[in-house]
Design a protein around this ligand. Structure first.
Ligand code: SF4
Ligand code: SF4
Length: 100
C-alpha cells in the first residue's frame, strides 16, 4: 500500500495521516454565496438605526457589515435569513420579509 498514490499527492498511507487531518482542500464559506438558501430576509432601515451594534455579535453568519465601528448593511451573499438580528435589535430597525 505504501507505493499507492494518495490524495495527499505522495506515497503516504492512511496510517501516516494525522487523526482528524484534512486530506482535501477544506474550502472557505466566504467563497460560496450561501445566502441563496434564504427564505426570509432582514431589511435594514438605515435611518432608524442607532448604531448600538447589538445585532452584530449575534449573527451566526457574520453577515452584519461594519465599517469604522458602524453598521453599514447586510451581506446578502451569506445571510441565511435566520432572523436573529431582527430579534436582537431593540429599536425595531429591521423589516423581516419573504425572500423573492
Ligand atoms: S438574518 Fe441571521 S444571518 Fe442574516 S444578518 Fe440577520 S442574524 Fe445574520
Ligand atoms: S441592533 Fe438595531 S439599532 Fe443596533 S446596530 Fe443593529 S440595526 Fe442598528
Amino acid at each position: 500500500m505504501k507505493d499507492k498514490k494518495t490524495p495527499l499527492g505522495g506515497n503516504v498511507s492512511w496510517k501516516e495521516t494525522t487523526p482528524g487531518g484534512i486530506i482535501y482542500d477544506a474550502g472557505n464559506a466566504t467563497r460560496y454565496k450561501t445566502g441563496e438558501w434564504r427564505s426570509m430576509k432582514p431589511v435594514w432601515n438605515k435611518d432608524k438605526c442607532k448604531q448600538c451594534m447589538l445585532c452584530f455579535p449575534v449573527c451566526p453568519d457574520s453577515s452584519i457589515l461594519v465599517e469604522d465601528g458602524k453598521m453599514t448593511g447586510i451581506d446578502y451573499d451569506h445571510c441565511k435569513g435566520c432572523g436573529v438580528c431582527v430579534e436582537a435589535c431593540p429599536f425595531n430597525v429591521f423589516d423581516f420579509v419573504k425572500e423573492e
